[in-house]
Structure formats: C-alpha cells, structure tokens
Design a protein around this ligand. Structure first.
Ligand SMILES: Nc1ncnc2c1ncn2[C@@H]1O[C@H](COP(=O)(O)OP(=O)(O)OP(=O)(O)O)[C@@H](O)[C@H]1O
Length: 437
C-alpha cells in the first residue's frame, strides 16, 4: 500500500498545489500498529512539516488509519532508531507513581513574591492538564522548591483523577532507564511507557547537556505527547536559553509553552517558611532565632530546613529550649554568620522615632499627642513581635512601671491593623525595614 500517496490524495482537496508539490518531498511513510512514521529528507524539511502541516496530516491519516493515530516525523539520523525495530504489541497499562514525596504538596508550599508565578502556573496546569502552558518549564537556583512544585502538581492531578497516568523522573534517571532498555533490546517498550502518560514531569533537565542520544529520545517522546495534548513539565537550574550542549530543536520545544522562574526567597517568605517548618517539626523557636536564620540563609531553603533539624536535635540532646545564643553557636558553620546583631528594643525605638519624626525622649515619655502615642504603641508592638524580650523587659525599656501599658499597646495596634489598611501597611513597612537592618 502506498501509505503516503493515499494520505496525499485525501489531503489534495484541502491544500494548494504548491504545498502538495512540496509534500511529495517525503521519502516514505510507514504505518505500524497505530503509529505512522514519516521520513523527511532532512531536518529543515522535517521542521517545516511538523510546524505547518502536522494537524492536516493527522486529520487525513486518521481517516485512513483510525482516530488514535500517533505520528512521528523522522529525519535521516533518527530513522534507524524508530523504523528498524521489531514491533510487538504491548498492552498499555496505568503506570503507578511510587516516587512522589508525600510532603511535597501545594498546601505545604509557602507562596511569596519569589515563587508565586511558578506556583500559580503549576496550579493552573494541574487544573487544565495539556490545555494551557504546555510545556511548563520551571527554572531557578538550588533548593528553591522546583521539585516540590513538580511533585505537588502530580499529587494534585492524582487527587482529582486517581487513574491519571503520570511519570515523574529526573533527567538522570530518564537517561539510565534508556540505557537499560537499550542494553536489553527493548527501546520500544521504553518509548511506549512514556508515550502512554497524561502528565510527564522531568526534573533537572540541565543534566541532559551533551547527552545526544537521550536528547533525541526525549525530543520524540515530547513531540508525541505534545501532539496529542498531553502535559509536560520540566525543571532546570537555568533558563532554556542558557542550557549548553542541548539541541536547538529541543530548546525551542522547551520554550514553546511557558517558562517561569523560582527566585530566591525574600525575608518575609523565609520567615513564613521557618514558621511553618518549625511547627511541622514541633520545634519552638523564639522570634530572634527565626530572624537570625532568615537573615543569614540567603538562598537555599534546603539549608534552612537543615538548620532547623540541627537546632531541634541540639535542643533535645541538651534538654533545653532553643535560644538566640544556642542557635548562633550550633549553626555557626551552616550559617557562616557574619556577626548578626541581635535585634534590640533600642534599634526598634530608633527606627520608629525616625519614621514618625518623633524624638526618642518623647517616645519614652508620657506625651499623649496622637503622633507620639501612635509611634510609642507601634514601637512596643514591634518590640513584642520582633524580639524575645519579656513584657516587663519591654516596659522597662520604655520607662514604664507596669507592663499592662505594653499589653494595651499591642492590643490596640492589632485592632487598628485589622480595621485600618493604611495603618497596617505602615506597621508592615516598619517591620520589614527593621528586620532587614
Ligand atoms: N516555598 C516553599 N515552601 C515550603 N517548602 C519549600 C519551599 N521551597 C522549597 N521548599 C523546601 O525546600 C526543600 C528543597 O526544595 P526542592 O527539593 O523542591 O528544591 P529544588 O529547587 O528542586 O532544588 P534542586 O535544584 O537541588 O533540585 C524541600 O524540602 C522543599 O519542601
């Protein structure tokens, strides 16, 4: 049967004569078990065909060979890989995921300015598999949550559809598997396994650099999945354009959906992560220790987790609660602490006075002028929130005899923050500023 001739004649009424003439450049087409292999004379022709006519070919070829037809366009260098294989019928069966970390779910992921775009993109993809942002490419530095987001997406999809076929793998494992299958003579099975998935997640694709054979395989798997609207998500420590030793055609596929960055966390996000992780780990950290860790770990969230585990272990071994001095001692080799000054009440008083244009004596005095009283209450609130000083220490630092003044100030600030947006923003601004000093 002249496969290509038949496809061409079924397309002839829909295409102009010059395109039809160009299509005669196809060297051969072979149909095997639901798959159509089209041989292009060279890579340029192959790209042209894939980018312009694949949909049209699929419609016509499906009318000849059936609805679920998969099409592969091969240029010369790839033909031996795809055509010369004995084809055996392999039953497709759901592939069960066993390598997802149960803790890497969306609800455990702290969202901040640094990662909210990547987080939202993963959520949207999980909700609309294969329909938007395909592929989704996430890049960012070490330990910033890329794997967490990939796993969370897979968990979410499975929670909606437990029968979804999902593969999560790393580029390294993908390559090792390919080598294994090649050595055992069943590359076809490897391909079938990957082509049956609804969602393919490949972590750390930077490790594909220079791995030509693996790249060819991924390229075809990617095309096959993309063509039938299956979702691919990739992660890397660098954006696609900086991936060296990667075929241009693969890079161009990687950027054809959405590329998002996970950035290093800002101070507020780090504090939220430390709060969440310390709660999960059941370790009580004073505010000044939280600040110490957040300020000294500048990027890697994995290191941040490591420091919490170390502190927990020390506090358990010593049978003492964690304090600022203990944290500084225990973490000095992890944190490379550059003399981090303990946040003092005096520093808070200074900053709040400067902000409100009130002098320190007024702040510590008894004036009831609105501006002074507000500044004093906010300074008391921040001293309570940002340091680990006791109520009586704070009242002493503000020259008050009774710590009920501090309690009243804290309550008042909290109430005002709830009902007055401008007031809340002022307090938050001051908090950020003081924490980053
Ligand atoms: N925003 C976040 N909220 C909560 N935990 C996070 C967040 N970001 C990262 N983590 C945690 O930090 C640790 C490292 O994250 P992950 O392994 O996802 O990083 P990665 O970017 O994939 O790193 P690598 O480049 O080394 O592969 C994990 O335990 C993860 O749960």
């Amino acid at each position: 049967m002249d496969v290509w001739g038949n496809i061409l004649s079924s397309m002839s009424s829909k295409l102009d004569p010059s395109t039809l003439k160009l299509l005669k450049g196809v060297e051969k087409a072979e149909y095997r078990n639901g798959e159509l292999y089209i041989s292009a004379p060279d890579p340029v022709y192959k790209d042209w065909l894939e980018n312009n006519l694949l949909d049209e070919i699929k419609i016509s070829a499906s009318s000849l060979f059936g609805e679920n037809l998969k099409i592969f366009v091969l240029s010369e260098d790839e033909e031996d890989i795809y055509i010369d294989e004995p084809v055996q019928k392999v039953e497709s069966k759901p592939y069960r995921l066993t390598n997802l970390n149960p803790k890497f779910v969306f609800s455990n992921f702290i969202v901040g300015n640094c990662n909210k775009i990547a987080y939202s993109a993963c959520m949207s993809v999980a909700e609309n598999l294969g329909k938007i942002y395909n592929p989704l490419f996430i890049y960012g530095g070490i330990g910033l949550g890329k794997t967490h987001l990939l796993h969370a997406t897979a968990h979410y999809v499975l929670s909606k559809n437990p029968d979804a076929n999902i593969i999560y793998t790393t580029a390294d494992t993908f390559m090792s598997e390919l080598i294994y299958y090649m050595q055992n003579g069943s590359v076809l099975e490897f391909r079938r396994r990957y082509r049956d998935v609804d969602l393919l997640l490949i972590d750390d694709v930077q490790f594909l650099e220079g791995k030509e054979r693996t790249q060819i395989e991924l390229y075809h798997i990617f095309n096959a999945l993309h063509l039938i609207g299956k979702q691919v998500i990739l992660s890397s420590d660098t954006p696609p354009k900086n991936l060296k030793g990667l075929q241009e055609r693969l890079k161009s596929r990687f950027v054809s959906g959405l590329v998002v960055e996970v950035k290093a966390p800002d101070l507020q996000t780090k504090i939220s992560i430390i709060n969440k992780k310390s709660r999960d780990m059941n370790i009580k950290l004073p505010n000044d220790v939280i600040l110490l860790i957040a300020k000294t770990i500048n990027t890697n969230i994995r290191e941040l987790e490591g420091s919490l585990s170390k502190l927990k272990a020390y506090s358990e071994i010593l049978g003492r609660p964690v304090t600022f001095d203990m944290a500084r001692e225990v973490l000095k080799d992890i944190l490379e602490i550059k003399e981090v000054e303990e946040l003092s009440i005096e520093k808070i008083q200074r900053e709040v006075s400067n902000y409100f244009g009130v002098n320190i004596n007024e702040l510590l005095g008894n004036s009831r002028k609105k501006k002074v009283a507000t500044a004093r209450q906010i300074a008391m609130y921040l001293s309570r929130y940002l340091t680990d000083r006791s109520l009586s220490e704070i009242s002493k630092a503000f020259k008050k005899k009774d710590h009920s003044t501090v309690i009243n100030a804290v309550e008042k600030v909290e109430k005002n923050m709830e009902k007055d947006r401008k007031f809340r923003l002022t307090v938050e601004f001051l908090k950020e500023k003081i924490m980053s000093l």
